[in-house]
Write a protein that binds this ligand. Structure first.
Ligand code: HEC
Length: 92
């Protein structure tokens, strides 16, 4: 019985670990807004979300990621914030 319990626990742990590993990073929009306001005006005026198309933002964020030395997660957070703001604006 103890062995069965152990096997069950190990299987459950492995399954959870696997699920966690396969979950893509969920961007944090609030954090993206903070980093955007903090970092993206160091070198130039803030570009507003409406200034670029969604496609151009994705491209530009890869460009600015290198310029600003952002981590992958920061880049995704900022992009999520920009695209969210953009869709809010575009919806009006
Ligand atoms: C280290 C300085 C620096 C930082 C920090 C920076 N930029 Fe830039 N950015 C530039 C320069 C320089 C250009 C002009 C294009 C070029 O020659 O690279 C530019 C251009 C742009 C453009 C025009 C399109 C393009 O890709 O060239 C956008 C949009 C932009 N930046 C957005 C951002 C955002 C969003 C951030 C914050 C994540 C950011 N920038 C942070 C230096 C910076």
């Amino acid at each position: 019985m103890k062995t069965l319990l152990k096997i069950t626990l190990i299987t459950a742990t492995l399954t959870l670990t696997n699920l966690y590993a396969e979950t893509p990073y969920q961007p944090d929009i609030a954090k993206g807004a903070e980093v955007w306001a903090d970092v993206c005006m160091r070198c130039h005026n803030l570009r507003q979300p409406a200034d670029l198309s969604t496609r151009a933002w994705k491209y530009s964020m890869n460009h600015m990621r290198i310029r600003a030395g952002l981590t992958g997660e920061e880049t995704q957070d900022i992009l999520a914030f920009i695209l969210q703001s953009k869709s809010d604006i575009d919806a009006k």
